[in-house]
Structure formats: C-alpha cells, structure tokens
Design a protein around this ligand. Sequence first.
Ligand code: XCC
Ligand code: SF4
Length: 626
Amino acid sequence: MAKEKRTLDDLTLWDDAKQMIQKARKDGVETVWDRLEQQTPHCVFCEKGTTCNKCVMGPCRISDKKPRGVCGADADLTVARNFGRFVAAGAAAHSDHGRDLVETLYAFGQGKTKDYGVRDEEKLRRIAAEIGLPQEGRSVQDVARDLAEALIQDFGFATGNVSFPRTRVPKQRLELWDKLGITPRGVDRDIVEMMHRTHMGVDSDAISICLHAARVSLADGWGGSMIATELSDIIFGTPKPCTSKVNLGVLQADQVNILVHGHSPIVSEMILTAARDPEMLRRAEAAGAKGINIAGLCCTGNEVLMRQGVPMAGNHLMTELALVTGAVECIVVDYQCIMPSLVQTAACYHTRFVSTSDKAKFTGADHVEFNYANAREKAFAIVAEAVENFTRRDPSRVEIPGEPVEITSGFSNEAILQALGGSPAPLLDAIKAGKVRGVAGIVGCNNPKLKHDHCHVTVARELIKRDVLVLVTGCATVAMGKAGLLMPEAADQAGDGLAAICRALGIPPVLHVGSCVDNARILHICGLLAQELGVDIADLPVAASAPEWYSEKAAAIGLYAVASGIYTHLGLPPHITGSETVTSLALEGLDNVVGACFAVEPDPVKAAALMNDRISAKRKALGLSD
Ligand code: XCC
Ligand code: SF4
C-alpha cells in the first residue's frame, strides 16, 4: 500500500524551509525530499544490514531461508562487518580532517606557509605542555613544529597510543579500555585494521568486530576529532562567547552572498579574510553591492560561527534551499556532507559552485584547489569572482525568506570554564545541589526521513525543563538557534534550577560548543568533570542524543560516546537490525561492557524521558538527591 504523501508540515518545522521548498517546486528544482520519495521503499536487506558486497563470490543477501553467504558468513557477521566499515568511514572522515590541521600547523612550524599561523599561543603552549613537550627557549614556530610532529605520530603506530587519552581520560576508563583491548593505538592504524578485519576470512566473530569498532571510534573521538578541534583553536583562535544570527534571512538582498559549506576552517576562515578585505569591498561596491556577506552551512559554518560570529544560513537539509533563494553568488565547499545535487541546484540559478579540496571534487563544479601555500591567493580569487557574479543575479528570481533569529555561540571549554570563574567546581556544585541535574549533548545531522529539526528542538526543550544543561554541536545547532534556545532568554523555558544558573551567568540553557569534530570538547569536559569527582565518565549524570542523524561520522560519534561511558540516544537505528547479536549488544549488552549503551527512539519526547531516567539513575548512584 502506498504511503500517504507527506505534506509540507511533515517535512520541516520551519517557515523559511517551507517557503523555499515551494519555490523549488515552482522553479523546477529537485530537493532531497523528492529523491527520498523516489528511493522509498528502501531495500530491506540493506536496511537490516544483511547484504554483503565484500567479494565477488557474492553479492549475498542473508535471510532466514538463505542464512549464509557463499563464504559462510551469517547475519551476525554480515551486520558486524558492515557496521564496522560504516564506523571506520566516519572515523576516517573526522580524522582526515584533523590531519589537515596537523599538516597546516606543521607547515607553519617549518616555515612553509605565510597564510596560516598561530592565533592562540597560550593554547599552543598549554597543549604542547600537556603532551609533554619542552617549552623553554622554544619559539612559537618551534613549539608548533614539535606539537605537529608529536600529533603526526598519533596517526601511525610508532608510539603505540593516541596522546590525549593519557591526560584526559579517567584512569578507571583507561584500565577498562585496556582490559577490553579497545584503547586507541593510532588513528590510521585502527581504521586500516578495521578494513583488514572485515575482508573475507579475517575477523569472523561479530562481537570481536564490534569491539574493534569501539576502538576505531575512540581513535576518532579522543584522537582525530580532538586533534582537529585543538589545532583549529590554536591556528584560528579559541572560541569566546559571541552573538550572531541564523536562518535563511541572514542572506542579504543588497550584498554579495557567499556560502561556506563543508567542514574545514582552513578554507572558510580564508574566504572570510578575503571577504573582509577593503579592496574586495571596494570591488563589491563597484559591482553595485552594499557589501560581501559570508554565511555558513553545516559544520564549517559552525567553525566560523564559533570563532568569528559569522551568521548561519542553515543546516544539512537547508543547503539546497539556501541556493533556491536565488541570492547566492557563490557556494564554496571543502568536504563532507555536501550533497552532490548542489551542483545542479546551483546551475539552476546564477550561483557558482566552487570545490576546493583535492579529495572532494564534484562533477560539473569549478575546482579551485586550496593548500597551505596558496590559500590566501585562491580565496581572494574566489571572492573576486563571486563579486563579479553579483551582476548576473536575476532579481526577479530572488526570494529571501524570514527574519533572522538572534543566537549566541562560542562556548569552547575554555570559555565555559572562564564563565564559571576558572574551574569546573561551580558546575559540579550546581550538579551536586541538583540545580543542574545533568548535562546532555545533542549532536548531529538532519535526515529527510524525519521532520526536519523537530526532534532536535523537542529533545532539547524536554531536557532543559528538567534542569538538564544542553550542549549542542553540528547541524543540531541551527535547529536550536532557530527555536530561540541559544539565547539567554530561553532560560524561561528551563526548570527553576537551571534557569537560575543561566540567569546568574547570563548564558542560555543550550550552549553551542561547536562543529561535529568539536564533540571532542564534550568528551574532554566529561573527562574533566569525572576526574574532578574521582569517578569514571560512566558514573556522571550525562547523556547524549543524535535525534536526526544520517552520516557515518555520526555513527562514529555515537559509538565513541558510548565507549567513553555516555548513554546515547539515536533517533533512527543504524543498519544493524538484521542481527540480534549486534542489536542487543548495542541496546543492552554494551552497558555491562563499557557502562553505557544506545537507545533507539524516534519519538523525541520519549527519548528525552529515557535520557532523563539515565541521568536520575546516575545521580542516585552518586548519592545525589534527585
Ligand atoms: Fe554533516 Fe557536520 Fe551531520 Fe551536519 S551534523 S549533516 S555529519 S554537517 Ni556533523
Ligand atoms: Fe558473500 Fe561472503 Fe563474499 Fe560477502 S564476503 S559477498 S557474504 S561470499
């Protein structure tokens, strides 16, 4: 039976999105929702994870009637191998992004770039000291080189382990990881080993593969992603609280609009520098524009929002719609989460689609390759062309919906600690007193299978009213911002205890802590709180949620959260339901192994209740009233 067609209200929570979906239909532009409909129903075997395409004796589909593939792999093994590779791909994406930051810092340390440097010397020296590097008599450039050289080792296998867990993970947790054999050894090593293990005829035990998936994810969270975060702060500055705006209304009818999309601040920061240059502004004026407006999409948007207060046009499901405004001169992308469809969407308008990474080319795009040696020059060229393109804009096709909503951002751990007076003690006191009952991370993507942003906002509202402080990253951020939850006034929607703390500190009950690699900030602060209390992370009244996730990266994030001891809600299940062994491990078994597990719950109200129950249980176990 055909499912009833979804109405506009089923697709998204927001007016700006609805208006642009309608304009897309009018303009004959296909969107992600149209393609989802074409692809529905999905292949049931793939949905359950019981299809295997790993060798040419297959492909095989495992079912009750045909329970083994040609090689003999059963459903458990097939699901585990698929899931292992899924997580490895996500970990690879985050970590390869981290590698780009290491390379950039290394280039600065070696004097090979004039375009990038160190904006936060204090953090450079603090992190270098943390991993045991000498400081005395070393210049900024020397320390940068030393730190990059040390972190390059985190990718390989020479040192036998990843640096940050040594200082940041409570010792109970480190011992547990050692006992289970899941301490991350090297980012590349652990990811490559997953590819090896899941080749036909290597690791043929579902549990063993799942444990290695946990190790791979930890190499991401406490390795690749953490490196990306820390080095981005060092190179581009550690975020401090700032204000900005969000939604498609941040696009300016009378200015050159340039969207930055993807993940790496290496590109977006340089585009921003070029756009703020007086010569470029003069050219924009000559072209008849009032200025050059940079707006962010997805995680590179989060990066420049956190550090530079750059407004956010939208999250994952808004990326096509942002171009449908007809007001975008140029969209500059680097890598990850850039729907290939955007090239076609851009082509329906005057918009120029520019790819910048040698590892992410898009058929039909203009490719302007960026590296640390030429970045400034290339960024200026891209911005100059965008300015020129302003004259090609067709005003009759421009429609910019909505009034932008005010937001606050920039809550790095350093900023949070500073707001607390320099130590985590006041936050711990508030937690002990039950004013803040717990802390929850709401992270991740949008997925067109779910009503856009509805789950993000609902989970957050349900948690803050129960005095749970929310930390948000990734595409969830835009949802919170549009709902007004990133402003101090949102304290009115919080429970009395949390509201009082927010008012005293002048902060919102939902704090924007960054992009998806910045989930490492959440790991770090959990480690810090646990160490202060002398307990394991699994003992803390904390939880996480990825209500609308879609990507391999989000799976890696969810798994490193769980493997670090953080109970994690997912709005949709990964493709594992074809294996009872793997599914019950994820939903229950892991609790006995790593002290946390996943919960899959599409209903955001129920999901928040589950997270809250977990927080209550942890409070009681710590002897705190609830
Ligand atoms: Fe991508 Fe990071 Fe997901 Fe958004 S939240 S859709 S992964 S941009 Ni990372
Ligand atoms: Fe089939 Fe086994 Fe080859 Fe997979 S690895 S395609 S299950 S024969």
